[in-house]
Ligand binder design. Structure first.
Ligand SMILES: Nc1ncnc2c1ncn2[C@@H]1O[C@H](COP(=O)(O)OP(=O)(O)OP(=O)(O)O)[C@@H](O)[C@H]1O
Length: 621
């Protein structure tokens, strides 16, 4: 490495390391040695030509300034450095414009520092950039138009103070994207719904898919997302107009609905009806939904409460409460209680309902457009009610009419695995042993359910991380077992209007699909990546398999796990199980019992290793 480069690197480090307490040993970084010969801490060099490839100084407690002009203004370094990673220090730096001169940069990681000021426009000149991570800082102002960087596959900027509209991104190309907890406003740009709401949460003035907050403006205005400034006064006037018209519509609809409800109460009749039109009227998805649920019940006079499905009268307006915990809850109470929309899935909407008297919070899933005959539905509920596992969330009540189905669960206050993995608040950690615990609990539960329900041909049918929920003790459970098997989508192998009459092959393929789904969950736990997000056109499973094939295995693991010092050997073992589960050929996938045993072995090994390291005996030897 030439003398200028060595001097520049030493100067760069001096700036980074002002007040550096040598709590973490650092070697090199002086003017008298060569970074590629003397193995400077955090420096990786190319093998063939002795030049600096990457600078990785994560979590070194560095509290100085990031001043890239030292290194990026020296030609030999500017053309050779491809990775700068300075995550989780206390670095500051109001402007780092000159980083744009490091033309070969592919990875810039500066998350978890104390950066403030705006993100320099010059970043858009980094044509080779693949990953840009700037989360957990104090960045202000608007985002430059990073869509110009065509190869960008990872952009995370959560937990800053960024504002203005989100510029256009080439979302199809992105593998991770997160701008949550900032101050962005306006519509999410087209294609942004490729990522879930967790990528956008915490921006109160942001709207549109995938957030549950609709934009007030017609879509023609939504296309104006790239504007950096706020709305003009004429826009404000126009939007107020829309808001006023919306308000009037809501008032008229509410009045009508109230009248309708009253009438129906008077002429207590068993008439099935649907409230699809009501849903369309909803002005915002966050509307308190008790009326919506109430509208189902208002037409039904009967309230059924019982311990088992058998005890419930056969009626089209049936609500059956099947769990002792909710025994005694009156249907009216359920309907009177305030309800709040939790989210909309493929099959319907889920509401959180607070039943104050019972001191209980429930989650009510409303399934629409499901032409499944009520009798089949009831039979299945009856069968499922007889199979209980502590890590499978039971349906505690259900309502069933020709067009409407309601499923009532206990509300799980700690959200879903999807949210835990991909929407973690700052400072939250989801460590390796907890992840292993979740993997083994789900595998055990699935093995139990498969064993019990194989003769009935009932697989889970819709296993995914949003259907793994955590209770108040952070214990995971699988939700929706056996309920969404009937899929209205044309490409479902189980398309059928009844739960019955599936042929043996279809049933077997549903059980094997569950193993695949479990494999995807294991991959999410290991990589921290979203299942549906593509990596260069690949889904998570395909991407992991391709990276592992190229012997870059360690690249796939969640960096949080690596940082934590999780055993690489055990992570690789779990990865191998996951890869077997997602095998394209369903015949080659292991059985659920094999999977459960293998995961439990890894968990036990991990626990043993912790016992050994914590054992007082290990101190003596
Ligand atoms: N019992 C529950 N307690 C707490 N949150 C729940 C409960 N059931 C569902 N949710 C949450 O409500 C939201 C919507 O759930 P829903 O099941 O409709 O969506 P999904 O799982 O994404 O899609 P699908 O319809 O395919 O199951 C999700 O965020 C889910 O985690």
């Amino acid at each position: 490495v030439d003398v200028d480069a060595i001097r520049a690197l030493a100067g760069f480090f001096e700036n980074l390391s002002v007040n550096f307490s040598q709590s973490v040993p650092v070697s090199g970084w002086n003017r008298t040695s060569d970074p590629c010969v003397s193995n400077w801490t955090g420096i990786v060099c190319y093998d063939q030509t002795p030049s600096v490839k990457s600078i990785v100084l994560n979590a070194f407690n560095l509290s100085g300034a990031f001043n890239p002009s030292f290194i990026c203004n020296v030609a030999s370094l500017a053309t050779s450095i491809s990775v700068i990673s300075l995550e989780n220090n206390n670095l500051h730096g109001d402007s780092f414009d000159t980083v744009a001169n490091c033309k070969s940069l592919t990875h810039l990681y500066i998350s978890g520092n104390k950066f403030s000021g705006s993100i320099p426009d010059s970043l858009t000149r980094l044509n080779n950039l693949k990953k840009l991570e700037i989360s957990n800082n104090g960045f202000l102002g608007s985002l430059p138009n990073l869509a110009r960087i065509s190869g960008l596959i990872d952009f995370t900027a959560q937990n800053n103070h960024l504002s203005g509209s989100i510029p256009e991104f080439d979302f199809l190309n992105l593998d991770s994207f997160n701008v949550s907890n900032n101050d962005f406003s306006g519509p999410i740009p087209p294609g942004g719904d490729r990522f879930t709401a967790t990528s956008y949460f915490g921006n109160p003035r942001l709207c549109g898919d995938p957030l549950p907050v609709k934009c007030d403006v017609p879509s023609s205005h939504a296309s104006d997302y790239s504007k950096k400034n706020g709305p003009s006064s004429s826009e404000i006037l126009m939007y107020s107009g829309y808001a006023l018209v919306g308000l009037i519509v809501i008032l008229v609809v509410t009045l009508k609905v109230c009248k309708k409800g009253k009438k129906k109460e008077e002429s207590i009749k068993e008439v099935d009806h649907s409230f699809h039109s009501k849903e369309n009227d909803a002005s915002t998805p966050y509307t308190y939904a008790s009326n919506e649920l109430k509208s189902v019940a208002m037409s039904k006079s009967e309230v059924f409460v019982g311990n088992s499905v058998e005890s419930a009268p056969v009626s089209s307006s049936l609500i059956v409460l099947t769990s002792p915990e909710v025994n005694g809850l009156k249907f009216e109470e359920l309907l009177k209680a305030p309800a709040e929309l939790l989210g909309r899935g493929k099959h319907g909407s889920v509401y959180k309902v607070n039943c104050e008297e019972q001191r209980m919070t429930l989650a009510v899933k409303r399934i629409k457009d499901w032409s499944l005959p009520s009798n089949d539905f009831k039979l299945r509920m009856k069968r499922l009610n007889n199979v209980k596992h502590p890590n499978v969330l039971p349906v505690v009540a259900f309502y069933c009419s020709r067009q409407e189905k309601l499923l009532v669960y206990e509300y799980q206050p700690n959200g879903s695995l999807l949210k835990l993995l991909h929407g973690m608040a700052t400072g939250q950690t989801f460590d390796w042993s907890s992840r292993l615990g979740v993997a083994s609990a789900i595998a055990d539960a699935l093995a139990f359910m498969h064993d019990e329900l194989r003769p009935d041909g009932i697989a889970h049918g819709n296993l995914k991380s949003s259907n793994v929920l955590f209770n108040k003790n952070m214990e995971p459970s699988i939700s929706e077992y056996g309920l969404m098997t009937v899929d209205n989508s044309a490409n479902s192998p189980l398309i059928n209007d009844t739960f019955q009459h599936f042929n043996t092959d279809q049933i077997e393929s549903a059980f094997r699909a569950d193993i695949h789904a479990l494999g995807v969950i294991l991959l999410e736990l290991l990589t921290g990546k979203m299942p549906m997000v593509e990596n260069n056109g690949m889904d998570l499973a395909t991407w992991v398999v391709s990276v592992v094939k190229e012997e870059w295995t360690v690249e796939v693991f969640d960096r949080a796990l690596i940082r934590e010092g999780a055993s690489e050997e055990r992570m690789v073992n779990l990865l191998q199980i996951a890869i077997k589960c997602v095998d394209r050929s369903s015949d080659s996938r292991p059985s659920i019992n094999q999977v459960a045993v293998m995961i439990n072995n890894i968990k036990e090994e991990d626990e043993r290793s912790m016992d050994v390291s914590e054992s007082p005996f290990s101190m003596r030897h």
